[in-house]
Design a protein around this ligand. Structure first.
Ligand SMILES: Nc1ncnc2c1ncn2[C@@H]1O[C@H](COP(=O)(O)OP(=O)(O)OP(=O)(O)O)[C@@H](O)[C@H]1O
Ligand SMILES: [Mg+2]
Length: 477
């Protein structure tokens, strides 16, 4: 049984990832904000109080000077409150003002409940008035008259926010920060949604195009023009689709060409056989010779196709040995010598001084290559004409050049010469029996030897074919 797998699309994954990041950041920011606020708020409250205590010191010092001692304050909370009231606040109305709670506990101050955390001590630090329960935690500030401490103001700083108004303010702040966090999360949802859509739009387009290509639609292309990795992926995809499309076109063209090339001689053969059968043509020796010629053409074509498919297989089907190209060339030229002479084409051979040019090659394939080139020069050179064959070698490569006289190949056709079934002059080549496979086979052979083959116009008015075969350095003399 296949394990159950939750299918989450890449859009959802990216969306969740961005959303989660945003939420974590929003929560962290709001938590840090609310912590730093409460710390800052406490600091602010304490700072305010110490400023007030500071302002109390001269007030108390003056009162002490007036009365000569602290006795005027003992058990007089009202006088004490009147003294420590912040300036500018109206005095509390007598009526409705709750009496101070028993046990010395004092009502909250107007602002921060300072009264509760404030007390006055005499010079020996004994309690005079204010909250009597202030213990060691209290900060002491001297009340000085003529440079001598006549008393001490004891104050306990805020450890936490306790007073109603301050707590309410802090609570409001906290709530506001949670509302902000909530809004931030909503914003995060929106941003995550838009970002994930934006980032993944090209990926989706590439995926859709790949799907179409896999289904056999070779026209499928991706329209992504960014300079990032996705842009490069899209470019590669388009190149791949183009190659596939071209290969498919070539394959179809090749199949069409092959069947066409086979059908033409077959039809001729069939027509002649029918003519013999119907008694239109006598079954004479000349008829048999003609039939033989048709069969030979067919046979050559099938052979060439076979050779082409073999050479298409590449280097694997080659048996490379140390081969002397001079020897192979001389043998090939010898084999063609009579036919060239018969046709009236003068051949001129130019060989390297040492008389030898070794390279790593398959001798049979090399012979086939030279035969193709010589056969072409023989076929496509008008008499009287010339063919110059030159072979030279250096430490890096063996170079072979075939240059014949007119006719040549028009400039614009040169790049196509090595394509299968390509013939520069259809009628002329057809008459002489060429199928247009010779140079395609030759190019395969040269490429399988890591070499290069080029066609150009020859200085003698015909075609110039140059073959360069690399030598393995240091192995050959
Ligand atoms: N030496 C040359 N001079 C002028 N044209 C040439 C020469 N060699 C080749 N061509 C042109 O290039 C075409 C392709 O040559 P290729 O050898 O591939 O095919 P082919 O000779 O027509 O047929 P095949 O070689 O298969 O019998 C020829 O049809 C011819 O038009
Ligand atoms: Mg040929």
């Amino acid at each position: 049984m296949r394990p159950f797998r939750l299918k989450i699309g890449i859009t959802s994954k990216l969306f969740l990832a961005i959303l989660l990041t945003c939420i974590v950041v929003a929560l962290a920011v709001s938590a840090a904000g609310s912590y730093s606020f409460s710390q800052g708020f406490l600091g602010y409250l304490n700072e305010q109080e110490s400023q007030r205590v500071e302002s109390l010191r001269p007030v108390l010092a003056r009162a002490y000077q007036e009365h000569g001692s602290w006795d005027f304050l003992r058990d007089k909370p009202r006088t004490w409150f009147a003294l420590i009231r912040p300036p500018g606040l109206p005095p509390p109305p007598d009526a409705g003002n709750p009496p101070p709670p028993p046990g010395g506990s004092l009502p909250e101050s107007e602002l921060t409940g300072l009264n509760l955390r404030l007390a006055l001590l005499d010079a020996e630090k004994r309690h005079v008035i204010g909250n009597p329960r202030l213990s060691q935690g209290a900060q002491l500030k001297p009340v000085e008259v003529d440079g001598a401490a006549v008393g001490w103001i004891a104050m306990v700083p805020f450890q936490q926010v306790t007073t109603g108004a301050a707590m309410q303010f802090q609570e409001q702040q906290r709530q506001a920060s949670w509302v902000i966090a909530g809004l931030a999360v909503l914003l995060a949802v929106l941003v995550a949604y838009l970002l994930s859509r934006m980032f993944l739009a090209p990926v989706k387009r590439i995926a859709a195009s790949t799907h179409r290509l896999a289904g056999g639609d070779y026209d499928s292309r991706v329209d992504v023009h960014s300079g990032d990795e996705l842009g490069r992926l899209a470019e590669d995809f388009n190149r791949l689709a183009h190659t596939l499309q071209r290969n498919e076109q070539l394959r179809r063209a090749f199949m069409a060409d092959v069947s066409h090339e086979l059908r033409t001689p077959l039809a001729a053969l069939k027509a002649e056989l029918e003519a013999v059968e119907d008694g239109i043509r006598p079954l004479a020796l000349s008829t048999v010779a003609s039939l033989q010629a048709q069969v030979a053409t067919l046979g050559k074509l099938v052979n060439d196709l076979y050779e082409l498919s073999l050479s298409d297989l590449g280097a694997l089907s080659y048996r490379k040995v140390r081969t002397d190209m001079v020897e192979i060339l001389e043998l090939a030229v010898d084999a063609f010598g009579d036919r060239f002479a018969e046709k009236g084409i003068r051949m001129h051979l130019q060989l390297p001084a040492g008389g030898q040019a070794f390279c790593d090659a398959d001798p049979d394939r090399m012979r086939q290559l030279l035969y193709n080139l010589l056969e072409n020069s023989l076929r496509y050179t008008d008499a009287p004409g010339t063919l110059d064959v030159m072979l030279e070698s250096d430490a890096a490569a063996v170079r072979l050049v075939f240059e014949d006289s007119a006719p040549g190949v028009p400039e614009h056709m040169l790049p196509q010469l090595f394509e299968r079934f390509f013939r520069a002059e259809q009628s002329r080549s057809r008459a002489t029996g060429g199928a247009g496979l010779g140079l395609a086979i030759s190019r395969n052979i040269v490429h399988a030897h890591q070499g290069e083959i080029h066609a150009a116009a020859s200085s003698r008015g015909g075609l110039r074919i140059e073959v360069v075969l690399p030598r393995t350095e240091g192995v050959y003399p």
